[in-house]
Design a protein around this ligand. Structure first.
Ligand SMILES: NC(=O)c1ccc[n+]([C@@H]2O[C@H](COP(=O)([O-])OP(=O)(O)OC[C@H]3O[C@@H](n4cnc5c(N)ncnc54)[C@H](O)[C@@H]3O)[C@@H](O)[C@H]2O)c1
Length: 482
């Protein structure tokens, strides 16, 4: 069934804010306003615009592209799930599909023949504006990205722009798209962002915990057989002095044995929000029979996937700044612009890492092999572990081969974390499902470095040093803008 929802409407901005939009109201340089479209049937309930005034007028065009492609073997209505007899998942809602992992995943799933809808509030783009940051790579608007995808491949991805903390909006997207699987990337995902000030800490926990809770309620209410694939993080476990298991550990205590959730020791308000999510999901699997997979993902590196390579307008974002940039991506950009590699403290901090090409593969495997009703399945989603010092040394060697003079400095650690510790995390379950890892190789480092060199003129070196301290967080709203 092809359908086209294209809305063009004049709207009035009102001052009806939600109380937890604090970080946006208090941003000193740019004020932001949430507003609701006046069309009752529109799924596009909430948008975010800039503007400091209480009342303003503007025109918004929101487009849901038509589903023009139907699978040859299954009609669209057949592919819709019946709650007693779940069919092979075909319709996948990617929440957070405009972000780094979500964009690559949405394209990958679409390319593999899934019918895909992206749900995104576009708030990640707004964080950049608020903090004066930008992706290393120029990224097209979500509308141009999707138009380009359709013109390159003939495949359509539906788009719902809105905030999943708004349950009315989320309900409409569920009723309209009827997903068989929901991949939930749609969270505030930076630990430093959550440690800027009280407003950002509260925003992060509200956005992430309530958003996920809404997804759970939407599944229960509208699609009770829908499989939730939720992105968690390896950071939920912290760095215990024992091996990290995949989600559960069997313990014998005072002569009795049980298999229990592996202990969580999160180290930022962001990581804590993921722990709260995991607890809520585990509870609803037990209480309501939700089927869920928690993907405790390691740190993602790289930028290219088969699909984002197809056209420059499909290019993914690559963050290198001290708030959103992650270790290896940051080091490659630092090496490209001649900035010393910024090792925090002693550099013995060890974590699991994976190539973004493996992120999309893991999510596809999780969808194709769904959890059972009532099952809360946990996979550790990474392929190799490295210390920060090991990464710095790999980037130094790869940089030297390209003629770069790469130096490393130790900077005072802005985080509160062990800088030398035991770390050994299991990660076999996705391999058992068929994951074929892209391990970190010289050629990948070369390619990432060359990519960074290509865009080095876009680098704002002022954004490289860490600017958020775990110990100095306070209640006073902070701006990090230059
Ligand atoms: N990038 C990594 O290295 C990494 C590592 C481990 C786990 N993860 C997890 O993977 C997920 C995706 O990470 P990413 O790097 O792609 O992040 P990202 O910030 O690039 O993307 C997140 C997307 O979600 C959207 N979003 C946020 N809150 C929303 C809301 N309330 N409603 C609708 N959309 C919302 C944002 O606009 C953004 O497009 C996150 O949950 C993150 O915790 C990422």
């Amino acid at each position: 069934m092809a359908h086209l929802l294209s809305t063009s409407c004049s709207i009035k901005l009102s001052s009806s804010h939600r109380p937890l939009s604090q970080p946006f109201r208090q941003c000193p340089t740019k004020c932001l306003t949430f507003f609701t479209l006046g069309t009752s049937k529109s799924p596009f309930k909430r948008f975010v615009l800039q503007g400091g005034t209480q009342q303003a007028s503007c025109v918004v065009r929101a487009t849901v592209a038509p589903i023009s492609q139907e699978t040859p073997t299954q009609s669209s209505s057949d592919s819709r799930q019946k709650s007693s007899e779940p069919s092979k998942p075909k319709r996948v809602m990617v929440i957070g599909g405009d972000g780094y992992c979500g964009w690559a995943t949405a394209l990958h799933l679409s390319n593999k023949g899934y019918e895909v809808a992206i749900v995104d509030s576009l708030i990640r783009r707004l964080f950049d504006q608020q903090l004066g940051l930008d992706s290393l790579t120029p990224i097209a608007s979500i509308h141009n990205r999707l138009r380009c995808w359709r013109s390159v491949t003939g495949k359509t991805i539906e788009l719902y722009i809105g905030d999943i903390c708004d349950f009315e909006f989320l309900s409409e997207t569920f009723k309209s798209f009827e997903p068989d699987a929901v991949v939930h990337f749609g969270e505030q995902r930076s630990a430093p962002y959550s440690m800027i000030d009280r407003n950002r800490a509260v925003f992060t926990q509200h956005n992430n915990v309530i958003g996920t809770l809404n997804v759970l309620f939407a599944i229960k209410e509208f699609r009770d057989q829908c499989h939730l694939v939720k992105l968690g993080t390896m950071g939920e476990y912290g760095t215990p002095n024992i091996d990290i298991e995949e989600g559960y550990i069997t313990i014998t205590h005072n002569g009795r044995t049980d298999t229990l959730p592996f202990p969580k020791q999160a180290s930022s308000f962001y990581h804590l929000s993921k722990v709260h999510d995991s607890n809520n999901i585990a509870f609803t699997c037990k209480a309501w029979g939700i089927r869920a997979t928690d993907l405790n993902q390691g740190v993602v590196y790289g930028v290219r996937t088969d699909e984002t390579e197809m056209h420059e307008e499909l290019c993914n974002r690559l963050d290198y700044d001290g708030v959103f940039g992650t270790a290896l991506n940051r080091f490659c950009v630092q090496a490209a612009v001649g900035h010393p590699l910024t090792v925090y403290g002693k550099g013995g901090q060890t974590r699991g890492y994976l190539d973004i090409r493996d992120t999309v593969q893991c999510v596809e495997l999780a969808i194709a092999n769904p959890a059972q009703p009532g099952e809360f399945r946990v996979f550790n989603q990474f392929t190799e572990q490295f210390s920060v010092n090991e990464l710095a040394s790999l980037v130094t060697k790869a940089g030297e081969k390209l003629g770069l003079d790469v130096k490393t400095i130790s900077v005072p650690n802005p985080r509160v974390e062990a800088e030398e510790h035991y770390y050994n995390a299991k990660h076999t379950k996705l391999i058992e499902l068929g994951l074929e890892p892209h391990l970190l190789s010289d050629s990948l480092l070369d390619s990432l470095l060359n990519f960074a060199i290509k865009f080095k003129d876009r680098v704002d070196t002022k954004q490289i040093m860490p600017s958020v301290s775990w110990k100095k967080i306070g209640v006073k709203p902070k701006t990090l803008a230059a």
